[in-house]
Design a protein around this ligand. Structure first.
Ligand code: MCN
Ligand code: FES
Ligand code: FES
Length: 909
């Protein structure tokens, strides 16, 4: 042990510390300064940045023995408080720079050190600074962060005042489309928004720490699990295996009726078999995390290794054994039957192209690793706190498995540091449930980044083949599609995902005749979970790249070819229903001038440039809002003495559920004179908030927005007096009128038939057209996105800061998907950097956002969704631009330098 005196946030503190412990542990665990976050834990993300003696340091890798005596350390808590914000924190709020907020303290601390040195930086200086200090953000696309630092610098220099910058709402005016700051922003910028690991440090003393014994192979029979040695280790309370699980020990994957499996193949703790790397085989519960970790190493698992099928083609091979005995590896099939038979048509059409394509296992890479805890409350109910973005679904999915009736389970969403969809599936909820049931004590489980990356769901790779035919006039007449979805070993939502192939291959264009067939395949690579865009990034990549190939064959410009074929009034989607609104021609019109300029600029540059080649490409971006068919959401609104409390389970990944709920409630309630300050939100606690469905499928703004609107309308209806004015709270009580009103909204939709894929699955869609400009280094094959322009129509904008952030963040993930991101190699793709997360230098600062706001007939106040559209096909525009630059057509992502280089070599032969 070491005694050290350190000055923390201006105060001298005497600490007794383990010299080997990290500064972040001492700050968080000994000093309870939980504003400093730990993401990667290995010096890659900057979430833990603090200032030490004027320099930014990564506290997760700074050993206490290296911290000088009397060191002056500044953490986020020392920069400003909720009552006394620093200019940087203020600027962060007004630029919507904190989405999930997990990276926020680390960035703000880093920015403080920069502005202390130089209060007049250029944007490039700021970008270089964040690059140098390895600040990584997965939500924002970085641009708002740079905007915030530039604004803070202006404030520091006294060129503007906060008063001038703060959004002010004229009395009674609408909040829609404004830059109003989300309610959680202040807590996020001050480091007081307690994420799961922060709350974990504040749990009662008798809390047990869980560590997992995980599979180190991808496919095996389990012969025995020996826990004897582990149970004798210091501090161990219990070692839990499948034998201890009171229920069926299976997660319910909510399989479609036509799924050949029962959806019950995912064990909570593996019993007979290991299905993938990282599978949880046992849980060790101990008094400290270290004791649990040490004991976990002593559990002996005897296995018989089986051949691992690490891709759909491998698992579909004739000689492949069934991964789940009794269920074929191809366990779900769907078809598209629209219009006439396509085979004879293809024979006759003037222009026919076909190609294979592949979009891989994109990792979600939130900066906050998975975390949660559970306990029994005073009513004997099991309460699980996690990052769940599907509270009611998850309770249903784990109830039988852990052996409790669903009404004895309550899930609460902790403040969440991004999920991008991986939390649409339960991860640690059932493990926590089993541990709490087995011990009767509070239990806590956190993943490190390695576990987050290797053992949470991933985007499911699609192997696709599309054939498209156009007539002599350049009108698309027929399409044939075939796709195989590698969904990993667990079926949950794999059938639903596979139907996305039928919905989004060829989406955006009038194609009257389609035949297609898709299938879901069990493999031993990472289990498939939802990822932003959910099947549309795979499907649209295939069709949007092929559209360029078809345009080339016809000899038409890709933009004009799209213009000729996109939905017009009366046209139908691949599912045979009319789109909600017709906006693609207008969006292409908006992009056209930028596109022409981009092409000219690229041509000019290419005339003189030899080592670098430049190009421009476009793609359509489309996604539907909702779970297919008559999707439903619920909310409530309660009148109180002080105003209105609005309750719903609009789970917040970081996208801005709080802002959406507030703006939509206020838009309804302002008729009765309520102000945003009168509206209190109660979100995401099953004991208080109703079933609003999951925050997936970009459905919440439409579904829960509508349910919230209806709840508030019902309240106003209840408050209405015969003369049209509204009763006060006291009048309502005096008249014995109810003060709490429920709202429910169901989409008037029909799910697609799995045999034809015909139906009307979504109440609204989101549309975009993206222009990407790239530079390709023809010596290295490295492609760089230089500029993006996106024209979006997501209906009426509820909050401008939020939607700008959604679009910028989604595009940044699209750059990653196009060029670097993957989770394939279990040795290499195990860190944020190894997985190719875009850093600030990888995401262009030159992004233009254009909007068309076409009101949606079924959206709340005309709004559609926003979250997934920007990631539906940006990678197609980037890949189309790479082709335009250098003639190499990448059809299998990511477009790594070696692939481009190989393509260039082939061209030069
Ligand atoms: N919005 C708006 N105006 C519109 C449309 C939407 O202001 N016309 C706002 C909404 O109020 C909401 C946000 O945009 O705050 C996204 O709305 P919506 O598209 O309905 O999506 P959900 O609220 O259902 O959120 C989920 C969606 C999905 S599916 C993923 S995955 C996702 C995403 O949003 N993951 C995210 N955005 C994310 N953003 C962050 N920072 N982190 C994630 O993990
Ligand atoms: Fe320290 Fe990532 S750099 S947590
Ligand atoms: Fe940066 Fe979420 S706001 S990681």
């Amino acid at each position: 042990m070491l005694k050290k005196v350190i000055k923390i946030n201006g105060a001298s503190r005497t600490l007794i510390i383990d010299p080997e412990s990290s500064l972040s542990d001492v700050l968080r665990k000994q000093l309870h300064l939980t504003g400093t976050k730990v993401g990667c834990g290995i010096g890659e993300c900057g979430a833990c940045n603090v200032i030490m003696n004027g320099k930014v340091v990564k506290s997760c890798i700074t050993r206490m023995k290296r911290v000088p005596d009397e060191a002056e350390i500044i953490t986020i808590e020392g920069i400003g408080t909720q009552d006394d914000l620093h200019h940087i924190q203020f600027a962060w709020m007004i630029h919507g720079a904190a989405q999930c907020g997990f990276c926020t303290p680390g960035f703000i601390v880093s920015a403080k050190a920069l502005l202390d040195e130089n209060n007049n930086p250029t944007r490039e200086d700021v970008r270089n600074w964040f690059q140098k200090n390895r600040n990584v953000c997965r939500c924002t696309g970085y641009k708002p962060l740079i905007d915030a630092v530039m604004e803070a610098a202006r404030l520091i220099r006294g060129e503007v005042t906060r008063e001038q910058l703060w959004f002010k709402l004229p009395v009674g005016a609408t909040l829609l489309g404004t830059d109003a700051v989300r309610p959680s922003a202040c807590a996020k910028v001050t480091g007081t928004w307690d994420f799961g690991a922060d709350l974990g440090l504040k749990l009662p003393e008798n809390t047990l720490h869980i560590k997992l014994v995980q599979a180190t192979v991808s496919h095996a029979n389990i012969i025995s699990i020996d826990t004897a040695e582990a149970e004798k280790m210091p501090g161990v309370y219990k070692v839990i295996t499948y034998k201890d699980v009171k229920g069926t020990n299976r997660i319910n994957g909510l399989a479609f009726p036509s799924n050949k499996g029962d959806g019950l193949e995912r064990p909570i703790l593996n019993d007979k078999k290991i299905f993938q790397f990282g599978d949880a085989i046992a849980m060790v519960l101990a008094d400290t995390p270290t004791h649990a970790e040490n004991a976990a190493k002593k559990v002996v698992v005897e296995i018989e290794e089986l051949p691992a099928y690490m891709s759909a083609p491998a698992a579909m091979a004739e000689d492949a054994i069934e991964i789940h005995p009794g269920t074929p590896n191809i366990y779900f099939e769907t078809r598209v039957v629209k219009g006439e038979d396509t085979a004879p048509l293809m024979e006759e059409l003037s222009y026919v192209v076909e190609d294979d394509s592949y979009v891989g296992r994109q990792p979600h890479l939130p900066i906050e690793p998975d975390v949660g805890f559970a306990y029994f409350n005073e009513d004997g109910q099991l309460v699980i706190h996690s990052k769940s973005v599907a509270l009611h679904f998850h309770a249903l999915m784990i109830a039988d498995g852990i052996g409790l009736p669903v009404d004895k389970i309550s899930i609460v969403q902790n403040p969440t540091g991004g999920t991008f969809g991986y939390k649409f599936s339960p991860t640690i909820e059932a493990l926590l449930g089993v541990a709490a049931i087995e011990t009767g004590k509070p239990v806590y489980l956190e993943f490190n980044m390695f576990q987050q990356i290797t053992y949470t769901g991933k985007r499911s790779p699609f192997y696709m083949h599309i054939k498209m035919g156009a007539d002599a006039d350049g009108k698309i007449k027929a399409m044939e599609t075939d796709w195989s979805v590698d969904h990993g070993p667990y079926s949950e939502f794999g059938d639903l995902l596979t139907t996305r192939g039928s919905q989004f291959m060829g989406a955006g264009y009038r194609i009257d005749n389609i035949r297609g067939e898709g299938r879901t395949v069990a493999t031993n690579h990472a289990w498939g979970s939802a990822f932003r865009g959910y099947g549309s990034p795979q499907s649209l990549f295939a069709s949007e790249v092929l559209i360029d190939e078809l345009a080339e064959k016809i000899g038409m410009d890709p933009l004009e070819f799209r213009y000729k074929n996109v939905y017009r009034q009366g046209d139908t989607t691949p599912n045979g229903c009319e789109p909600d609104v017709i906006v693609l021609p207008q969006l292409l019109d908006m992009i056209r001038p930028y596109y022409k300029e981009a092409k000219e600029t690229a041509n000019e540059k290419n005339k003189t440039s030899t080592d670098k080649k430049y190009g421009a490409g476009i793609s359509l971006l489309i996604y539907g809002c909702g779970l297919d068919g008559p999707d439903t959401s619920e909310a409530w609104a309660e009148l109180t003495e002080d105003g209105v409390i609005v309750g719903n389970s609009w789970e917040d990944h970081g996208q801005g559920a709080d802002m959406g709920t507030l703006a939509i409630s206020y838009e309804t309630l302002r008729k009765a004179g309520f102000t945003p300050e009168n509206i209190k939100l109660v979100l995401n606690d099953m004991n208080f908030t109703p079933n609003s469905g999951p925050a997936g499928g970009s459905r919440s703004n439409v579904l829960t927005g509508n349910a919230t609107r209806v709840a508030c309308e019902n309240l106003l209806e209840g408050m209405k007096k015969p003369d049209g004015t509204y009763r006060s709270y006291h009048e309502m009580i005096a008249e014995e009128k109810p003060v709490k009103y429920y709202g429910k909204w169901t989409a008037p939709c029909t799910a697609c038939d799995v045999e034809t894929s015909q139906g009307n699955p979504f109440p609204t869609y989101m549309y975009g057209v993206l222009l990407a400009e790239v530079e390709v280094d023809i010596n290295t094959g490295k492609a760089k996105v230089e500029k993006l322009v996106i024209a979006s129509d997501i209906g009426v904008i509820i909050n401008k800061l939020v939607v700008d952030g959604q679009i910028l963040g989604g595009l940044a993930q699209g750059i990653g998907l196009a060029l670097t991101e993957d989770f394939e190699d279990l040795k290499k793709h195990t860190t944020l950097t190894g997985c190719g997360i875009p850093q600030v230098r990888d995401v262009t600062d030159d992004i233009t956002l254009l909007y068309l706001e076409t009101p949606r007939p079924l959206g709340p106040y005309g709004a559609s969704g926003a979250g997934e559209m920007p990631l539906s096909a940006p990678h197609a525009a980037i890949v189309n631009a790479i082709y335009d630059a250098c003639g190499v057509r990448i059809t299998h992502l990511p477009a790594l330098p070696e692939k481009i280089l190989a393509g260039l070599k082939k061209l030069n032969k």
